[in-house]
Design a binder for this molecule. Sequence first.
Ligand code: FE
Ligand code: FE
Ligand code: ZN
Length: 213
Amino acid sequence: MPTNLREALVEEIKDIYNAEKQIVKALPKMVKGATSDELREAFESHLDETENQVTRLERVFELLDEKPRGKHCAGMAGILEEGSDTLQEDAEDSVMDAMLIAGAQRVEHYEITAYGTCIAWAEALGLTEVAEVLGESLAEEKAADEKLSALAESGINDAATAGESEDEMEEDEEAGSRSTEGPPQTGVSARSASGNRPANGSKNPTRQRGGRR
Ligand code: FE
Ligand code: FE
Ligand code: ZN
């Protein structure tokens, strides 16, 4: 059991290290399950980022003088299990994409919370470099989350509502009959998802939320 904040930090780092590795295994299945090219590309590029995030955590272990070791993250396992259930569904293409985005955003929000906490603790402990390295991954998670919102809101949700394929949707849009009804994909911002304060805003140029107008 951790007895001080530094030990608690190491435990959290082990948790997210294991979580990232679970995500590296799960993302290729999401790539296969996605039907929109853009969504597939978003998953593929986040897979590259995630592999790099694993390496970054190994650097963090080094900075903390700890061996890189994971500890089973039951939270991420649960989220990913729901995602794999989604992939078993027999849904319309755009509905499948909308559901995959929903699952992927749960993953991102879990990570945003975990990194936010670790960064705040590292800063409290004066571990500036640890906080900086973790901040790079946090920025990627936030960007991934926003990208997913943008994809959902710029066509996938509308296509799923109409029960059309996205190709048909694009034709509709060209014809100027784009529907604007329906709630946005997410109501929760990355910031409020973070358990501690939003870590290091200066490093994370806020992107504009796309899609809605
Ligand atoms: Fe990650
Ligand atoms: Fe966890
Ligand atoms: Zn992620």
